[in-house]
Write a protein that binds this ligand. Structure first.
Ligand SMILES: C[S@@+](CC[C@H](N)C(=O)[O-])C[C@H]1O[C@@H](n2cnc3c(N)ncnc32)[C@H](O)[C@@H]1O
Length: 281
């Protein structure tokens, strides 16, 4: 018996069987076995948002520290290399990637697009005195009727929230309004369900191991809800990730030119990559 079997039982809608399987030793996945067993023993109906402290501990610790350092440095490199004077950040969240990049290489005119007012407020607080234009809305609503033009469009870990066709519509509509675009996302493999469960077990074991004192908080309050949410039959999909080469194909199909992507930094869930594209509109 392995943790893979327990994940298969969860995917088949049988959490009791999954829990029984987790009573067996799992030498390849000791941390995941213990965390998932504890989670299934408790009140697994809570959403990740019931425990914002767990999400904050997750995002501020483990592999997220070097990841965000690399992301901010990659953004700052774009500003510097291309002499960016105006930018629009799509789905800026709390500004965790953007704000250190602007501190390293200032950009005079910054526009933030973010549907969550709470996250936008955090980004604005982090930006301090920097003057910004704000659109508290989705990318699609922002681009409808837009007549401004920006040297750079950028988005970090936000375009994957859009379903594939919506993302194509958005990217095509934004193209005439940006000189170039930089995207940072994860290079997620396309796999059959069985291989996907194996990848989830192996990567979540690695992810849990990245946390020390906060391990239990992060595992119970964030990682286990995310893991089980991906496996439950009929679970609502809320991320639309894809392999790096499919991102390149999508940008090219939306009329962008010189579309290039390269790995930025490894991360426990999947490697991150930077994609750059030109708009000749
Ligand atoms: C994983 S977070 C990334 C936030 C930030 N860019 C970062 O790197 O930390 C995804 C962000 O996308 C935003 N988002 C969700 N749907 C969106 C949409 N349709 N258009 C623009 N942003 C969206 C979310 O509110 C959230 O802030």
């Amino acid at each position: 018996m392995t943790v893979y079997d327990a994940l298969a039982a969860l995917a088949a809608g049988n959490p009791e069987q999954a829990r029984q399987l987790l009573d067996h030793p799992a030498p390849r996945h000791p941390l995941l076995r213990a965390a998932l067993a504890k989670y299934l023993d408790g009140d697994a109906s809570k959403s990740v948002y019931d425990q914002p402290a767990a999400f904050e501990a997750f995002i501020d610790g483990g592999g997220n520290v070097p990841l965000y350092q690399a992301v901010s440095a990659a953004l700052a490199d774009q500003y510097r290399t291309h002499g960016v004077k105006s930018l629009v950040d799509i789905g800026c969240g709390s500004g965790k990637a953007l704000v250190p990049a602007l501190a390293e290489t200032p950009v005079p005119a910054v526009t933030l697009v973010e549907p969550s007012q709470a996250l936008l407020d955090k980004a604005l607080a982090r930006l301090g005195d920097q003057q910004v234009t704000v659109a508290a809305t989705t990318g699609a609503a922002f681009v409808a009727g837009l007549d401004a033009r920006f040297d750079l469009g950028e988005s970090t870990f936000a375009l994957h929230t859009m379903p594939h066709e919506d993302r194509s519509d958005f990217l095509a509509a934004l193209r005439p309004h940006v000189g170039r675009f930089v995207v940072i996302e994860f290079d997620v493999a396309e796999e059959c369900p069985e291989d996907r469960r194996r990848t989830l077990a192996d990567t979540f074991e690695r992810g849990i191991a990245e946390y020390g004192d906060d391990r239990d908080l992060v595992a119970q309050g964030f990682l286990m809800p995310v893991l089980t949410g991906q496996l439950e039959p009929g679970a609502k999909r809320n991320t639309y990730e894809q392999p790096m080469r499919t991102w390149v194909e999508q940008f090219t199909a939306c009329g962008y030119q010189d579309v290039r992507a390269e790995t930025l930094i490894d991360y426990w869930a999947a490697p991150s990559f930077v994609l750059t594209a030109l708009s000749k509109a």
